[in-house]
Write a protein that binds this ligand. Structure first.
Ligand code: PLP
Length: 388
């Protein structure tokens, strides 16, 4: 079959492929501990499920407006205004099936073929994939361990030019768990303001899975709200990955364009899921806080355990639920090592290179698994690595 040439430029998310391979091995009777997939292992809190059932039984089963239900847009506007210290109107919010479409739509709406987009590398693979797919120039900004996986401000300054249309930030960061500081964001904001056509896609999906004092968003800096598309959603914070519910907050005219892209693709987001989203944001937050505390406990167990393994070194992540240990001393390419750990140790992890070329020398381990399984995985990894 002859596919359009752009299809050859479309990348993927390796986590789904590794999960499929792990499932195949499990079907053959092999035990696998899953540290590959980026989703909370908790169930969605009961109050949110109850609200969805209520919505299903009360007629929220029809098409809704492309930009989202007005009542949810209002609740999101209030939430984002409060958490980022800015003033957001409901007309600046677009609700999408998961947060991922905001990535796709924002790049589609803002970036032409000759334009450049700066994105974090290692980073969420879909950024690079979509930039390439649309025929724009993908410009990686390396995130280095010696800088706690925060981007280097001097390096960024050199990469920005008059062709740069979009700068993608992700803090807390997948896959490294790194967090940009308030000072980093202030300096980045100053750089952005020098270029009138430069926008920021600020991926804040892990804003509430944070182990530091406070989440900082670049949108909070003077003049930056108009230049920022905040991407956030329900998947990670409320353990709602399968519901497909996310949103973007942006300048009003861009929101109209993005809603139009939604009309042309998904039409709208499932209405009963949006009602559940209202409950998630306005209802009891006890479960969210409990999940975050549990992630912190697992993080400490995993990082301590990794650092006890010879030739492995892991920084303490400040957010999200991933460890990104340096395994370069083992001397194997990361992909070969990840495959080996699956076959030899029965532990599914991702190669750092699944997140871009600057991920070589690293593995990504998701700690969205029980402390018991994490301890068992550490034991198995240590034994398997001792054989190399
Ligand atoms: N942004 C980052 C950095 C992510 O890690 C993910 C999911 O893994 C997403 C966005 C997408 O979230 P959603 O499942 O809501 O589409």
């Amino acid at each position: 079959m002859k596919l359009a040439s752009r299809m050859s430029r479309l990348g993927t998310e390796t986590a789904f492929e590794v999960l499929a391979r792990a499932r195949q091995l499990e079907a053959c009777g092999k035990k696998i501990i899953h540290l590959e997939i980026g989703e909370p292992d908790f169930d969605t809190p009961q109050n949110i499920c109850d609200k969805a059932c209520w919505a299903l039984n009360h007629g929220y089963t029809h098409y809704g407006p492309s930009a989202g239900l007005p009542e949810l847009r209002e609740v999101i506007a209030k939430e984002v205004s409060k958490t980022r210290g800015i003033e957001v109107k409901p007309s600046q919010v677009v609700v999408t099936p998961g947060a991922k479409p905001i990535m796709f739509f924002a790049i589609l709406a803002l970036v032409d073929t000759e334009d450049e987009v700066i994105y974090p590398n290692p980073g969420f693979p879909i950024y690079e994939s979509v930039i390439n797919f649309l025929g724009a120039k993908a410009v990686p900004i390396p995130l280095r361990e010696e800088n706690q996986f925060r981007l280097d401000l001097d390096e960024l300054k050199k990469l920005i030019n008059s062709k740069t249309r979009l700068l993608i930030l992700n803090s807390p960061h997948n896959p490294t768990g790194g967090v940009l500081t308030q000072q980093d964001l202030k300096a980045i904001a100053e750089m952005v303001l020098k270029y009138p056509d430069l926008y920021v896609l600020s991926d804040e999906i892990y804003s509430r899975t944070l182990y530091t004092d406070k989440h900082y968003s670049i949108s909070s800096f003077p003049g930056l709200q108009e230049r920022t598309i905040i991407l956030d959603g329900f998947s990670k914070t409320f353990a709602m990955t399968g519901w497909r519910l996310g949103y973007g907050v942006m300048e009003e005219s861009l929101a109209v364009s993005i809603a139009r892209l939604q009309t042309n693709s998904n039409s709208c987001t499932a209405t009963f899921a949006q009602m559940a989203g209202m409950e998630a944001l306005t209802g009891d937050q006890t479960e969210v806080n409990k999940m975050c505390q549990e992630f912190r406990r697992r993080r400490d167990v995993l990082i301590e355990g990794l650092n006890r393994i010879p030739r492995v070194k892991a920084l303490l992540p400040e957010g999200a639920f991933y460890a990104f240990p340096n395994v370069s001393k083992i001397g194997w390419p990361s992909k070969k090592l990840a495959d080996y750990l699956m076959d030899e140790a029965g532990v599914a992890v991702l190669s750092g290179t699944a997140f871009g070329k600057f991920g070589e020398g690293y593995l990504r381990l998701s700690y969205a698994n029980s402390v018991e399984n994490i301890k068992e995985a550490l034991d198995k990894i240590e034994k398997a690595l001792a054989k190399i």
